[in-house]
Structure formats: structure tokens, C-alpha cells
Design a protein. Sequence first.
Length: 279
Amino acid sequence: MNSNSNSNNNNNNKNNNEKSLNIAVLSLQGGFKEHVDMIHSLANEYKGIVDLNVKEIRSYEQMKEFKPDGVILPGGESTSMSIIASSHSTSKSENIFEYLRQYVESGNPIWGTCAGSIMLSNQVEGQKEGGQSLIGGLDTLISRNYFGRQINSFIKKVDLKLIGDNHDSVDESERSTSILHDFEAVFIRAPAILKVLDSDKVSIICEIDVDLPKHRVNSSPSSSTITTEKIIIGVRQSNILATVFHPELTNDNRFHKYFIDIVLKHKLLNNSNNNNNNK
């Protein structure tokens, strides 16, 4: 009797886990609440498909207990986040960024906005030789505060190329894509992705032409040198998303839905593989 009861409880727990989708928002510093609100705004769209759970996470222990299916790294100040995370850590191995490094290495879905994209990038302009990314995993070179001070913040309407499930295909023509038109990209002391380090792995979601900030123009004021540059503002590499702009600061939840769809498909695939292995 007890054996059957335990078996039923285990099956119920398994079914509940399969019907829920846990989204963790790193909430050490920066604009995490806006991301939480955006995920809440999508709950009705997934009703009957999956229970969308979102939680503010501040420590290794919380992350481990929550077992996220997807993680969002918000904008803010990456150095400050590192310091705050250290104050919540009991040891180096139980640091939240160590958890996230392993999370990314395992192929789990993660999305970084602004400072979050810096934390994911394998190379940061001006980083000391041998310096380590807070998380890493994304084959890009990124520039911190590319646009300079907050006075240089701006909003620009862009078209975003959403890369589908077969984004790992080297052949561009085989990749399933759709266009998200007229998205208001909000840039606040934004970084810029200067270079894709492995074009076979990284797909560009959007790039824009910008006037070079004064601190990046290597010429005299009278020079006729071209002072515009094409920069990358969003990329996808497998289950890693990075945007240097802030979708959470708009009233448009379409890009958040794109991320949730990636997380959901990843979980369904894992569940299917696990069920096949248990047969």
C-alpha cells in the first residue's frame, strides 16, 4: 500500500514538474522587476499548455532549489552584481555565477540583456589578458558602455530576425527564421557586440548603423574619416540569447515570448528524451 502511494506521489510530482516552466530572473541589481512583470504578462498565452512560474533569484541556494528551466540576466552593472553575489556565497563552488557557468555549459536556455550580455560574452573589449567572463559561453567580442554616458541613451525601431529551432545549421538557407517588425529597442549606456567569433555557431538577430561615439573616433574633428559603424545588438547561439538593448522597458512582450518558446521547446525535448531512456 505504501509502495503504491509513494509511486503515485512520484508520478504526480513528475507530472507537475512537466507542466510547469520555471523562469529565474537574476535579481542582484538592475532592472530585474521589469523582466518579472513581462513574464507575468505572458501567463495567459501559455494557459493550458504550461504553468509559467517566474521567480527573483539572489543566491546559489535559491537557484538550486528553484531548478530553473530558463534564466534571464537583466541589465545593471556586472561588476556590482559580482560583488553582491560574492556576499551571498558560502564558498567559491557555491557562487551563483559558478552555477550559471555550469548551467550554460549544459546547454540550458539563458538570455542576457545589456549587462547580462556582457556576462555571457567570451571576450570583453579591454578585459585583462587571461581575465575570465562572469559566466561566458557566447562566442562574441563585446564592448562595455560603447555609447558612453547615460545622456547618450536612445530608442530605435528595429526589425529582429528570430532564429528558429534549426539555428545550429551552418547553411543560412536551412535556418528557420521569422521577422519581428518595428520593435522599439531601448539603449541605456549600452554595450555593443563588435564581433562574432564563430559564425558557424552564432546567428545575428539584428545589427544597426550608428554614429560613432566621440570617444571611439580616432581622428581630429576636421577629419573626413567615416564616423559610422555597424554594430550587432542581438545574437543567438544554441540556447543562449543576448541583446544589448532592453526589451523589458517597453510595452511589447514579443521578444520575451520568443525566449519562453525556446525554453519550452528545450524542456519538451528533454522530457521526451528522458521518457525514451526510461522505456
